[in-house]
Design a protein around this ligand. Sequence first.
Ligand SMILES: Cc1cc2nc3c(=O)[nH]c(=O)nc-3n(C[C@H](O)[C@H](O)[C@H](O)COP(=O)(O)OP(=O)(O)OC[C@H]3O[C@@H](n4cnc5c(N)ncnc54)[C@H](O)[C@@H]3O)c2cc1C
Length: 417
Amino acid sequence: METNFDVVVCGGGPGGIGAALGAARAGANVLLIERYGFLGGGGTAMLVNPFMWFTSGERQLVHGVFQEIIDRLTELGAYRRRAFDPEALKIAAEELCLEAGVKLLYHSFLADCQVSDNKIQSIRVATKDGLKTITAKTYVDSTGDGDLAFFAGAPTKKGRDEDGLSQPMTMNFRMANVDKTKKPPVQEMTKLYVAAKADGKIKCPREDILVFTTLQDDVVHFNQTRVVMHDAVDPESLTAAEIESRRQVWQISQWLIKEVPGFENAYLQRTAAQVGVRESRRVIGDYVLTGEELLAASRFDDVIACGSYDIDIHNPLGEGTVIKRLKPGEFYDIPYRAIVPRKIDNLLVGGRSISTTHEAHSSIRIIPIVCAIGQAAGVAAAKCANQNICTRDLDVSKLQQELLRQGATLGDFVPLV
Ligand SMILES: Cc1cc2nc3c(=O)[nH]c(=O)nc-3n(C[C@H](O)[C@H](O)[C@H](O)COP(=O)(O)OP(=O)(O)OC[C@H]3O[C@@H](n4cnc5c(N)ncnc54)[C@H](O)[C@@H]3O)c2cc1C
């Protein structure tokens, strides 16, 4: 087994896919490690759908790898108005990575790392063949949970400042064979759901019905369950969250079949492979991006990605969701310094666990933005590996130029010539 690389990316979700492709296209020899037997992370293992918006008015904010994924999904007949087929996402992401020369290592769980002189010297990966040691010049943490940064001793934070609580977890599920001609509008379904909750038929903290259409006319996607006050990086708490979320799925699906018009002949088609984790560790970096900065449409000279999604906080304690929108047509920048962890010199964060507050995290976490962040982390990692330099010493203008060369866009940023 090859164990020595320029760049190792840990985690094959939207961030990791962006990172691996960004690094490979920038000329690095790249390994992508993933605990499951497929790529996609939130978009596959957590059955998240659709892609949340990546536009500001008429303007598309995210291109690059994310656009390539959309193009490949479209070629596969598996994309329509931000909804996508998760099975096709597995294929699309895998093909793109293999074509770019990324080496994939599935069924491999990042378990530990060795650090000296503020650098990760090697990582330990749990495989079916036992623990393996793998080395790279630069590492990208795309685990979503900041696992590598945490193992390396970089500072991390969880949840809200006041109580450390994170956003709830959700087991996504789908009902098939739904008769949409009879299905009530969402507001009517919510009334039935609220009544069923009041009658004690459903025990779930979510306040209303949250559904999305899919590519199949008879299939309805439910982002409905809510498991509060659990910790996604505490193994016992995560286990309890899986159990509670599955209990809710079964209860809600059976209620739909028994009591909601249009669902009489429906069945529970699938649940996600794992409970969906909105929020866990955030890796504290050289800059901590805040919710106020996002809402103020802040610009940064070291921009590496842009977004316009809402501050969207599902109540960590129970019912309710806080939404704060940017003004129409506005968007924010994400600075390079927010993906550079403090204390460790050869690690970048390429996913939802970048350096933000709890509030800002709730906006940057969506798939398109995370994919753009990942691509930037991958390109930066390749450049650092190639030049044998620390992440802090990187010339960010060179990173920005390479991102533009790769087809990414950086908002209003205009490169100096
Ligand atoms: C319920 C829910 C609904 C959401 N709804 C939407 C939505 O509608 N639209 C949208 O755009 N976004 C949505 N999101 C947000 C989005 O899905 C995630 O924030 C996004 O997937 C994060 O990408 P990531 O690559 O940072 O992490 P992830 O997608 O979590 O990917 C991390 C990857 O790393 C792997 N991994 C983790 N730890 C290890 C380890 N130690 N070793 C090896 N591999 C590891 C995982 O298996 C996974 O493949 C939702 C999230 C949830 C939970």
